[in-house]
Design a protein around this ligand. Structure first.
Ligand code: SF4
Length: 512
């Protein structure tokens, strides 16, 4: 990014000086990104504050644990160049084709194309590529800002459209902070012993607002250009200061990132590529602390309209729970790895093995079908954009909380116990025991032992290693834990209608 321009300096509520940078100033020094390499340059030298293993990391872009998550986002730029029909779309907002991750859906077909792109990126990266939360949030904000303006005569929607136009022109990344730390789960935000356990507005002036608190489990975050904070749940009148949607640069003053650990993450710091399982791609989750971070009014998209907090959450889940179709791309990779290992082991044709592979595909395609169905049954909102069918989107995400675990179990079943016991790459390279391992870890005689080891490590990586975070735990808890979908399914399932149908066929008199 170019050097910082003049900006008004004010005093934050905590007494510290803060640059009160306008939206115009910030966009003026944001890069215009075209290629994946442009993106790599854009996240360097930003002077951010990020901690990992208790130490501040001077240049996170160079850290081997962080690089795989950067590579996954880079893949979203590369795909737009390699497969533009799939990963770009025409945006009437700037009258140009834009990355599909910055395009709000103008038809059910747009949603289906988005889901096809998400599956493809899952296939290419084998991990969470961290860009869908941003797309799903800008999609929600299109309709929510429109609806708030219609009710209160505010001017949020025009602000939003100006932000989106710049975002599309610059082709930038937006991370989303939704989950607050929450403290005592039995109390609303204003009753917490520590008011910062939910992110809130800590001060306002004529230039904008200040944000204080934290967002947890953020998908991506450090490796993106902007962070959009949104409320995490229903809010009452007493929680007005918590009903805030603001978009801040990831390198804004007052932001501290604490990097989340992932299983086997330190393997990224070892030499070699075999033990990493997927040496190139990984996800990123961070805890982000906001210490009176300034947001100019141009980037405040909600301030105090508590009744819209629930609407934001429910529309976000309608989009994002269908976005979990991304896991079918990982399911394709894992099914391929399972088929590969049985082939390498010399038993591809056995009936029980074929049956297990069929089961893996059946489960994976069931997830895909619910996602595509939710897009095909989308509804148009007052602002003009389209939103996935809520019931089918929740069914998609609920499938995702279960089926990847069964697919992972079948993959481990087919791979054998070696998934959890295989010696390291260093042993394979050792002059003493390497030749022994070459012989003892061999499968079919025409398959190099190293290739077999690589496939085993990939299965380990996806089912109990670093990318199991993305394939399993994130499938369970991302976009809401299973109970969240069950509540939405209960609300939408119209059990009374189903009872009437049953009573009628059973010959019960008031059956309709
Ligand atoms: Fe996208 Fe899937 Fe990651 Fe969510 S979990 S950001 S839908 S890749």
């Amino acid at each position: 990014m170019s050097p910082q321009t003049e900006a008004h300096v004010g005093v934050a509520p905590n007494g510290e000086p803060r640059r009160l940078e306008t939206a115009e100033d910030r966009w003026g020094r944001m890069p215009v990104i075209v290629t994946g390499d442009d993106y790599l340059r854009s996240v360097r030298d930003r002077g951010t504050t990020l901690y990992l293993f208790g130490e501040r990391i001077e240049e996170p872009a160079d850290h081997p644990i962080i690089q795989p998550s950067i590579n996954a986002l880079k893949a979203t730029y590369d795909l737009a160049i390699d497969e533009p029909e799939l990963a770009t779309a025409y945006s009437p907002i700037i009258d140009a084709r834009v990355n599909r991750f910055l395009h709000v859906a103008e038809s059910p077909q747009d949603l289906m194309d988005k889901h096809a792109m998400q599956r493809r990126l899952g296939q290419l990266t084998g991990t969470c590529f961290q860009r869908c939360t941003g797309l799903d949030t800008i999609s929600v904000l299109h309709s929510a800002t429109y609806d708030v303006d219609a009710k209160y005569g505010t001017a949020y929607h025009q602000r939003y459209l100006r932000f989106l136009a710049e975002a599309q022109r610059h082709n930038i990344l937006i991370a989303v902070g939704m989950t607050d730390p929450k403290g005592d789960r039995g109390k609303p935000p204003h009753q917490q012993a520590d008011p910062d356990l939910f992110l809130h507005v800590s001060g306002r002036n004529e230039h904008g607002v200040f944000l204080r608190g934290a967002k947890a489990h953020m998908t991506g975050g450090w490796n993106q250009h902007w962070i959009c904070v949104v409320p995490t749940m229903n809010l009452g009148e007493a929680d007005k200061d918590y009903a805030v949607v603001g978009i801040v640069p990831a390198d804004a003053e007052g932001i501290t990132f604490v990097y989340g650990r992932q299983a086997s993450d330190t393997r990224a710091m070892e030499p070699g590529t075999i033990d990493k399982g997927n040496a190139k791609f990984g996800g990123q989750e961070v805890l982000v602390h906001f210490d009176d971070v300034f947001v100019p009014w141009e980037h405040v998209m909600l301030d105090g309209e508590t009744e819209f907090a629930q609407l934001l959450v429910s529309r976000f889940t309608a989009y994002h729970r269908a976005s979990y179709v991304c896991k079918t791309g990982l399911g394709d990779v894992l099914t391929g790895a399972a088929a590969e290992i049985v082939d390498m082991n010399g038993v591809p044709g056995a009936a029980h093995i074929r049956d297990k592979l069929v089961e893996m595909v059946h489960l994976n395609e069931t997830i895909y079908s619910s996602s595509i169905a939710s897009a095909a049954r989308a509804t148009q909102l007052d602002s003009g954009i389209w939103m996935n069918d809520e019931m089918l989107s929740n069914v998609c995400k609920h499938n995702v909380t279960r089926f990847p675990f069964e697919i992972a179990r079948l993959a481990q079943d087919l791979a054998g116990g070696i998934v959890a016991t295989m010696p390291s790459e260093a042993d394979l390279r050792s002059e003493e025991v390497g030749p022994l391992l070459e012989r003892m870890l061999a499968g079919r005689e025409d398959v190099p032992t190293e290739d077999r080891m690589r496939i085993v490590r990939l299965i380990e990586n996806l089912t109990l290693g670093r990318n199991a975070v993305g394939y399993l735990t994130e499938s369970l808890h991302g976009a809401g834990s299973p109970q969240g979908q069950r509540i939405q399914i209960w609300r939408g399932m119209d059990v009374e209608l189903k009872k009437v149908l049953a009573r009628k066929l059973a010959g019960i008199e008031d059956g309709g």
